[in-house]
Ligand binder design. Structure first.
Ligand SMILES: Cc1cc2nc3c(=O)[nH]c(=O)nc-3n(C[C@H](O)[C@H](O)[C@H](O)COP(=O)(O)OP(=O)(O)OC[C@H]3O[C@@H](n4cnc5c(N)ncnc54)[C@H](O)[C@@H]3O)c2cc1C
Length: 435
């Protein structure tokens, strides 16, 4: 067993993990770990874009749209922070080399369901890939940051109700990573579902570890189903997402008889429910997204990733319709945190999809997730920076065999499944419970 010491341990190489690392003071040692390869995160898959207040005057309207989509179950202070700090965080991303699409020397703002105006910045339909590559490239340049891939957190190191790092498995052996502060940025839960747009590796590890250590969780029942994943009758590891921005740019939802049945720019929970109802009424497993009026050239340029993804699955934009159906997509609940991303345990922070800042309420407004990852991971880093010089590193002694660590990993998965079985009730069959 190996002991490794660092100032900050960060679990996750998505937007939240990488951006928090980049905001930790440059003279502090940071270790970031990822369960598989660094780019195998949901951040890399994000298509539509990142919401931002268009200018200071748009902040209030952005807040109101987020509250309305969240069914007013949001934490209002957190929503205000998100909207107010959106411009600054996008500027910081740009300063690291992020490339967005522009039109007439302005951002090419697009629109998605629930937004009252066009306020989403994007990089074609592969925004997440660009965000990941920008942050990862910068993190690799920084001398104080080390990234360790294929390294699985199985538990935190704790003593006297405080966190002092984590227990990890790498290359078939166990290591203890001792840290002054730990940030969980381990993403969502879609890998627990049969049908999800998420990576299979998103199995709610952070949620399970928090639950097993009596760290406060919140809103576990707030799970988002995206209205328009590509419908395929084959079993797939992951369902291919047809971004909401296609609807923002004019695609229409039609039932199998070619009839309109919903306003496609309502918040996601409402559109998903309307689609399910229509599928039930017409006895089908899908509805159509009608793109026939949008022009093939425009579609190919604006949505190259979705175009290629559809072609690879035997579907051509020329056909004019894409069969779609709702699937699990996002988790609004998570580890309860305050406005600085602090959890209920000393020394432990959580940000990104694993956390519950309360920003999304019961239903996330489109493109608010990457933004939440940026805003609240930076806040975590700023809070840590303000405390780190006064904190001593404590090395918690623990003797743990590989067998025991593997057992913990297994227990995390069953614990996550148990938690979500409880909240899903009769929909529990949607979980994969034999993994
Ligand atoms: C197809 C798709 C499209 C999307 N489009 C958009 C969009 O356009 N706009 C938007 O705002 N949001 C979008 N989202 C949501 C958004 O991408 C995610 O919510 C966000 O990227 C989550 O970032 P994260 O940093 O919290 O987690 P992730 O990016 O999922 O990263 C999680 C990290 O944690 C690591 N990890 C997990 N468990 C462990 C463990 N036990 N040990 C070590 N490491 C671990 C993983 O290896 C990974 O590195 C989309 C999501 C999907 C799936």
């Amino acid at each position: 067993m190996m002991d490794i010491c660092t100032d900050v341990l960060i679990v996750g190489t998505g937007v939240a993990g990488l951006f928090s690392a980049l905001n930790i003071e440059a003279d502090k040692k940071v270790i970031i770990i990822s369960k598989t390869k660094a780019d195998e995160c949901n951040t890399y898959l994000a298509q539509g874009g990142i919401s931002k207040a268009k200018n200071k005057d748009d902040t209030e309207s952005f807040v109101q749209d987020t509250l309305k989509a969240g069914r007013h179950k949001n934490r209002k202070e957190a929503v205000e922070v998100l909207a107010k700090e959106s411009i600054k965080n996008i500027d910081l991303l740009l300063s690291l080399g992020m490339k967005f699409d522009y039109k007439d020397e302005e951002f090419d703002y697009t629109r998605e369901g629930g937004h009252s105006i066009n306020r989403i910045v994007h990089s074609t339909d592969e925004t997440g890939k660009m965000v990941f590559e920008t942050l990862y490239k910068e993190a690799k340049k920084r001398k104080n940051i080390s990234i360790i891939e294929d390294c699985i957190l199985v538990d935190i190191l704790k003593e006297d109700k405080s966190c002092y790092g984590g227990i990890v498995i790498k290359n078939g052996s166990v290591s203890l990573i001792h840290s002054k502060f730990t940030i969980l940025a381990s993403g969502g839960i879609g890998g627990l579902f049969t049908n999800s747009t998420n990576r299979r590796t998103s199995t709610g590890d952070g949620i399970a570890i928090a639950f097993r250590n009596n760290i406060e969780l919140e809103n576990l029942e707030y799970i988002q189903f995206h209205p328009t994943a590509l419908y395929e009758d084959k079993d797939r590891e992951r369902r291919f997402l047809i971004s909401e921005s296609l609807r923002g740019e004019g695609a229409k939802l039609k039932n199998i008889n070619g009839e309109a049945f919903t306003d496609e720019l309502l918040p996601r929970d409402i559109v998903s429910n309307n689609i399910w109802r229509e599928q039930l009424r017409t006895g089908t497993d899908f509805v159509y997204l009608d793109i026939s009026q949008m022009g093939e050239k425009f579609l190919k340029n604006r949505f190259p990733g979705i175009y290629k993804g559809c072609l690879a699955r035997g579907l051509n934009f020329k056909d004019g319709v894409i069969p779609v159906t709702p699937v699990q997509h996002y988790f609004m609940g998570g580890i309860k945190v305050d406005l600085n991303s602090k959890t209920s345990m000393n020394g432990l922070y959580a940000c990104g999809e694993v956390s519950c800042t309360g920003v999304h309420g019961a239903n996330r407004l489109a493109s608010n997730s990457l933004l939440e990852g940026l805003v609240f991971s930076r806040r975590a880093a700023i809070d840590i920076n303000s405390k780190i010089d006064d904190k001593q590193l404590k090395v918690v002694k623990k003797d743990i065999t590989l067998e025991k660590a593997l057992q913990l990993k297994k227990e995390n998965l069953s614990c996550a499944l148990e938690q979500f079985k409880k909240v899903l009730g009769e929909k529990e069959h949607e979980l994969i419970n034999n993994r």
